[in-house]
Design a protein around this ligand. Structure first.
Ligand code: NAD
Length: 250
């Protein structure tokens, strides 16, 4: 499949995990990919691996919590490949702690990086996407819909992403599609500090009895970003191996 030939695509959090897998997938289908992140060495390496494989990719440093850096990302994207056809908003941080323990600045920081960045992304790129009749995909999480103790800011930010995506879909609907993906447990670097036993427990919580791969989320993002999803907007695509539907009770 070459669904993105001639398309300019922007992926945040592209230095690792789901963002890197999405960058690779879009590039493998012909896109020019602008990879944005704050992990410069890793981001440069992902871009290089795409270019070494014959694809088109450039790494641009962008802290998604900074309006100025979003503006710079847009300016550089225009210089590199012209207006964006696809934006994948995916970068995040996770600062756990129950609400009564979580410091106010940690709450604010997580909401800014995970949720306010989506508003900044839309504000920065919507004129591009209107002109290209493009589309936008945000990475939310199954935590938008389910509570797990100790993750209030993460859950709020991910629920906010789904709500904002619906709003943006309605606001800019005739020209731009907006959708979100809701991954379940996906084996990326964020799982490095989780013990093997706990990883196994999370795998068992899925109907497919395994953790997902970043490439499996990237496939869903690529679908939503492609013309295959031309009548899909304002929706949430759950990519969780059945984690959301599996219940064990007697
Ligand atoms: P990851 O840690 O591999 O990638 C996240 C990237 O975001 C990193 O490269 C990091 O440098 C970047 N980043 C952090 N702060 C940034 C900032 N201020 N500006 C720019 N970039 C920044 O994580 P991942 O597992 O690939 O997660 C990607 C997305 O998937 C996140 O939105 C996460 O909430 C979501 N998700 C992941 C899982 C999972 O199990 N891995 C489950 C549900 C949802």
């Amino acid at each position: 499949m070459q669904r993105f030939t001639g398309k300019t695509t922007v992926v945040t959090g592209a230095a690792s995990g789901i963002g890197a897998a999405t960058a690779l997938r879009l590039a493998s289908e012909g896109a020019t990919v602008v990879l944005a992140d704050i992990a410069d060495t890793a981001g440069e390496a992902v871009a290089k691996s795409i270019v070494d494989g014959g694809g088109r990719a450039t790494y641009v440093r962008c802290d998604v919590s900074s309006p100025k850096e979003w503006q710079r990302l847009r300016d550089l994207t225009h210089q590199i490949a012209g207006p964006a056809d696809v934006v994948h908003n995916n970068a995040f941080i996770h600062l756990p702690g129950a609400a009564h323990e979580l410091a106010e600045d940690a709450w604010a920081r997580e909401i800014t990086v995970n949720l306010t960045a989506l508003y900044l992304a839309a504000r920065t790129f919507v004129s591009d996407l209107r002109s290209t009749k493009g589309c936008f995909v945000a990475t939310s999480s199954v935590h938008a819909n389910f509570g797990l103790p100790g993750h209030p800011a993460y859950a709020a930010s991910k629920g906010g992403i789904c709500a904002l995506i619906r709003q943006l879909a309605v606001e800019y609907g005739p020209e731009v599609r907006f959708n979100s993906v809701l991954p379940g447990p996906i084996l990326t670097d964020v799982w490095n500090e989780v013990s093997e036993a706990d990883q196994r427990l999370s795998a068992r919580a899925t109907a497919l009895d395994r953790l997902g791969a970043a490439s499996e989320v990237a496939s869903a993002v690529a679908f939503l970003a492609s013309d295959d999803a031309s009548f899909i907007t304002g929706t949430e695509l759950v990519v969780d191996g059945g984690w959301s539907v599996k219940k064990e009770s007697k």
